[in-house]
Design a protein around this ligand. Structure first.
Ligand SMILES: NC(=O)c1ccc[n+]([C@@H]2O[C@H](COP(=O)([O-])OP(=O)(O)OC[C@H]3O[C@@H](n4cnc5c(N)ncnc54)[C@H](OP(=O)(O)O)[C@@H]3O)[C@@H](O)[C@H]2O)c1
Length: 345
């Protein structure tokens, strides 16, 4: 299906008055700065506030965003957010998101959360992986826009998927729905270092990471719980840190019924993403991180061993855009009934 181009922004004073007021908490972080960059130029919203933890002296400028956004970052102030924004983006550590998200909901503000705080529906699993969250408030929707746009439109809080789950689920959900998956699933994931946020640690230190590749979180990464929740089947998930600043590549190994053809795999994915502007199906031309860096695209390629019943998928996205801020803005567009591409292309 052909997708019409989004309309140019209306920059008249009337249009400015009609814009939705949005704010970002966690604006000094990697995901938060991407949000400010996108929202400052989004034609349907006004960015009223950008806030940090307030631990460092404030107000703080964002040097990378000079001439893109001319505001200054202020310390986190939930009351101010509630008064000055219709929709608040949270790009905070999950414990802070759990607290701020619940407080904003109570004040009638809609929330788009990038953390994992509200992603896990099963109480015991949520207590294990996100113990600060407590009970899920009403109106929480898991925000993978390609799969759940109808529910996102009415959400009070959109819980954006994790960066690794976004890639895995975009590739696997249509195949599971088509009944093509049959047996073990392995998601072998590689991520650039910005996936760990801006606070340095021994693992993310340049001299540890440069010139090396390391697996981590084997059988103990909370994104495995999220992928399994959404697919409703066990998945072996092994993340690796690679010496890139940004980007994720997942190699997914799946068993399929013997005789499953390339055409069947292609048809399931094409049916799912026919009108999805940010999923690009590349088939046998396997995608690379450089094809999607700094964009909101997720590219999916695949090869099928028909006789052996084996499928390999290669999925790439930018963890800070489709894996975080871009997807959050895509969810904003869905929530506001706009073209999903508004402010993103
Ligand atoms: N990085 C990714 O690729 C990615 C992808 C998807 C989802 N996410 C999720 O998005 C969220 C933000 O990630 P990030 O990588 O951008 O993190 P980050 O670079 O570490 O930034 C964290 C932000 O939160 C603020 N903050 C820290 N502790 C706070 C507290 N107790 N109260 C209020 N604000 C606080 C920081 O402010 P200061 O500058 O004052 O410290 C900073 O603005 C996390 O939940 C993460 O899991 C990240």
């Amino acid at each position: 299906m052909a997708i019409a181009a989004p309309r140019a922004a209306d920059r008249s004073p009337d249009a400015a008055a009609a814009r939705t007021r949005v704010a970002v908490a966690g604006a000094t972080g990697y995901a938060g700065q991407e949000l400010v960059r996108l929202l400052a130029r989004h034609p349907a919203v006004t960015l009223t506030d950008a806030m940090s933890s307030g631990a460092a002296s404030a107000p703080r400028p964002l040097p990378a965003l000079v001439r893109i956004w001319d505001g200054a970052v202020a310390p986190l102030d939930v009351e101010r957010l509630a008064v000055r924004a219709d929709i608040v983006f949270l790009a905070l550590p999950e414990a802070a998101s759990a607290e701020v998200g619940a407080a904003l909901l109570q004040r009638g503000v809609r929330v788009i959360d990038l953390s994992g705080a509200f992603r896990i529906r099963n109480t015991a699993d949520r207590q294990r992986w996100y113990p600060a969250t407590g009970a899920l408030p009403p109106g929480v929707v898991y925000g993978l826009p390609e799969r759940h746009a109808g529910a996102i439109r009415h959400a009070r809080l959109v819980s954006c998927p994790g960066c690794y789950p976004t890639a895995a689920l975009l590739a696997l959900e249509p195949l599971a729905a088509a009944g093509l998956l049959d047996g073990a699933l392995v998601v072998d994931a590689k991520s650039g270092i910005s996936g760990a946020g801006k606070t340095p640690s021994e693992r993310t230190h340049f001299s540890e990471n440069h010139g090396s590749v390391a697996a981590y979180g084997v059988f103990s990464h909370r994104h495995a719980a999220e992928i399994e929740q959404e697919l409703d089947r066990p998945v072996t998930f092994v993340p690796h840190l690679v010496p890139l600043d940004r980007g994720i590549l997942e190699t997914i190994y799946a068993s399929v019924r013997r005789g499953t053809t390339e055409a069947q795999v292609a048809a399931a994915l094409q049916d799912a993403y026919d009108s999805a502007p940010f999923v690009r199906l590349t088939g046998a031309a396997l995608p690379e991180i450089k094809h999607v860096a700094y964009t909101n695209f997720c590219d999916i390629g695949w090869k099928v061993d028909e006789a052996g019943g084996r499928l390999v998928l290669i999925v790439v996205l930018d963890n800070l855009v489709k894996g975080a801020a871009g997807q959050a803005v895509q969810n904003l567009n869905v929530l506001l009934g706009l073209d999903e591409r508004t402010g993103l292309l």
